[in-house]
Design a protein around this ligand. Structure first.
Ligand code: GA4
Length: 318
């Protein structure tokens, strides 16, 4: 059901009925400071394609510093923001428009190439933060390989550690929306989708909004935790694991009351890298479920699609 509200004209198409969903108690928490993390991670990636990481070693001060700088940026006047960062295409500052194919959400964002942290405009804490989450992503990917019993520990991590890795960094700001605050409604912040890359590492401030789809298709709300990272399995990791790991559909639905800020590192391979199920993972009689692709090919197809599209079906073997 679409609910029409006054007076916000933008709100008209952004507001939808929200089925209140209770905070989901089942998000696996992987503690990197204790042995056994690898097994827990594999179980989480298989069941949910999602987990949170605690005792990750990234400084809280660094997380808070980047959040503060980002908030300062988003508080600038609209014209300033675009002038400073350039209009998103895809890198730069974007407001309500996501991608190029008509998707919209109640958010503004900065999208950057993780390797150069372009657009030319930067935050003081950006470089150090991106380096820290990239290192964490590689560490997680190594534990995943270990947990899957793959001898080559860097089978996944080498892809994001590669100097030519095509990785993104995104900061999303979901502003309050006074027009809907008093209603029990949800704002479509970022519509449902899967991430095309290998792995995404997300950190948000202490506000609600992130939801994931479970295997049965039901949506649950992820309780916020500003001190932890949330890890999202992307389409490419689903393919590399021949479907053992699940690329999780997720979305952001906000209440319009508090401002939500999230920062996400999307670890992707080099453009020329071929993504296909790892031979080491295929059992004796197991067939590859996907036809391989280069990341350049998959990325091009993804950027032509709508957010909610299932981008992997086109690469599934019939
Ligand atoms: C989803 C994951 C990342 O945020 C992103 C997004 C990209 C964009 O915002 O430009 C896409 C989306 C994401 C997948 C489908 C296409 C491309 C918007 C869109 C409609 C940066 C990415 O790599 O893919």
């Amino acid at each position: 059901m679409v609910v029409r509200t006054n007076p916000s004209p933008e709100g008209i198409f952004l507001v939808k009925a929200l089925k209140p969903s209770a905070p989901f108690p089942g998000v696996p928490a992987i503690d990197l400071s204790v042995p056994g993390a690898a097994g827990g991670m594999v179980a989480a990636c298989t069941e949910f394609g999602f987990f949170k990481v605690i005792n990750h070693g990234v400084s809280k001060g660094l997380m808070a510093a980047l959040e503060a700088e980002a908030m300062e940026f988003f508080n600038l006047p609209e014209t300033e923001k675009e002038k400073k960062a350039g209009a998103a295409s895809p890198f730069g500052y974007g407001n309500k428009n996501i991608g190029r194919n008509g998707d919209v959400g109640w958010l503004e964002y900065l999208l950057m190439d993780a390797s150069t942290a372009s657009p030319s405009f930067r935050f003081a804490a950006l470089k150090e933060y991106v380096a820290a989450v990239k290192k964490l992503a590689a560490e997680l990917l190594e534990l995943m390989a270990e947990g899957l019993g793959i001898e080559q520990r860097n089978a996944f991590s080498r892809l994001v550690k590669d100097a030519r890795s095509d990785s993104f960094f995104r900061i999303n700001h979901y502003p309050p929306c006074p027009a809907v605050q008093s209603f029990n409604l949800g704002l479509n912040g970022f519509g449902e989708h899967t991430d095309p890359q290998i792995i995404s590492v997300l950190r948000s401030n202490n506000s609600n909004g992130l939801q994931i789809a479970l295997k049965d298709g039901s949506w649950v709300s992820v309780p916020p935790d500003q001190d932890s990272f949330f890890v999202i399995v992307g389409d490419s990791l689903q393919v590399l694991t021949n479907g053992r790991f699940r690329s999780v559909r997720h979305r952001v639905v906000t209440s319009g009351v508090r401002s939500r800020l999230s920062m996400i590192y999307f670890g992707g391979p080099a453009l020329s890298e071929r993504i296909a199920p790892l031979p080491q993972l295929l059992g004796a009689l197991e067939q590859s479920r996907y036809r391989g692709f280069t990341w350049a090919e998959y990325k091009a197809a993804a950027f032509k699609s709508r957010l909610a599209d299932n981008r992997l079906v086109h690469f599934e073997k019939k």
